[in-house]
Design a protein around this ligand. Structure first.
Ligand SMILES: NC(=O)c1ccc[n+]([C@@H]2O[C@H](COP(=O)([O-])OP(=O)(O)OC[C@H]3O[C@@H](n4cnc5c(N)ncnc54)[C@H](OP(=O)(O)O)[C@@H]3O)[C@@H](O)[C@H]2O)c1
Length: 186
C-alpha cells in the first residue's frame, strides 16, 4: 500500500509561514533542494490544500532553460510528472496538467487512493495535512527544521492532534537545516 507523507519546511518553532505570511526564510539552498528532489522523485501523487497549490503551481510554467539551476530544472520535471489533487471548495479551475479538484477531504477516498496507488502520495499545506493527521491518514512526517524562530504564524502541525511517532531518519545540512523523518502512529 502506498504511504501518505506530509512534508513541510518549518521554522524551529514550528511555523510554515510567519505572522506576516512570509516563508522566504525557509527557501531551500541547493544542497537541501537536491535532497528534497530525491525524496520527491518517487512520489506519484500530490494532495494539495488550495493555498499550497497556488504556491506550487509556479513549477508548471517555470523556465527550465539551461541557464536555470539544475536543482530547479530537476524539481520542475518531478512536479510536472506527478498527478495532483487540489482540495478546495472555492477554486473554479486548475492551472496545471494532471490535476483535478476535490471538494472534500473524504477519508475513505484517500484510503482507497492509498490502496490503489502504485507510488507514494504526498500531502501539503499545513491546514489540509493537519486534517489528514487528525483522520489517521498520514503514515510519515518529513520535517525540515530551519535555524530560525519566527515567533508565530501558521503552525506546521495542528495543536489538536496527539500521536506517537518513531524517528526513522535524520540528516543535517550545511545551512543549519535538519531533516527529521518520522513514522506516525507507532
Ligand atoms: N514553509 C514553506 O517553505 C512553504 C512552502 C510553500 C508554501 N508555504 C505556505 O504555507 C501555507 C500553507 O497553507 P495553509 O496551511 O494555510 O493551507 P492549505 O492547507 O495549503 O490550503 C488551505 C485551503 O485548502 C482547502 N481545504 C482545506 N481543507 C479542505 C477540505 N477538508 N475540503 C476541501 N478543501 C479544503 C481550502 O481551500 P478553499 O478556501 O479554496 O476552500 C483551504 O482554504 C501557504 O500560505 C503557502 O504559501 C510555505
Amino acid at each position: 500500500m502506498a504511504k501518505l507523507i506530509y512534508s513541510a519546511i518549518t521554522s524551529l518553532d514550528g511555523y510554515v509561514e510567519d505572522a506576516a505570511g512570509n516563508f522566504d526564510w525557509g527557501a531551500p539552498d541547493r544542497e537541501v533542494h537536491a535532497f528534497i528532489n530525491d525524496l520527491e522523485r518517487p512520489i506519484g501523487t500530490y494532495l494539495y490544500g488550495r493555498r499550497m497549490y497556488e504556491t506550487m503551481v509556479y513549477w508548471e510554467s517555470v523556465d527550465t532553460g539551461p541557464d536555470q539551476p539544475a536543482v530547479s530544472r530537476d524539481f520542475a520535471e518531478i512536479w510536472r510528472a506527478a498527478e495532483k489533487i487540489v482540495y478546495s471548495r472555492t477554486l473554479p479551475t486548475v492551472a496545471s496538467a494532471k490535476t483535478r479538484i476535490e471538494r472534500e477531504l473524504d477519508p475513505e477516498t484517500v484510503r482507497r487512493l492509498k490502496e490503489a496507488a502504485p507510488a507514494d502520495i504526498s500531502i501539503g499545506g499545513a491546514e489540509l495535512a493537519g486534517q489528514a493527521l487528525a483522520l489517521g491518514l498520514v503514515d510519515e512526517c518529513h520535517l525540515f527544521l530551519g535555524p530560525i524562530l519566527v515567533g508565530g504564524g501558521k503552525r506546521a502541525l495542528p495543536d489538536t492532534v496527539g500521536a506517537q511517532l518513531e524517528l526513522l531518519d535524520e540528516r543535517r545540512f550545511g545551512n543549519g537545516v535538519v531533516h527529521l523523518r518520522y513514522r506516525v502512529g507507532v
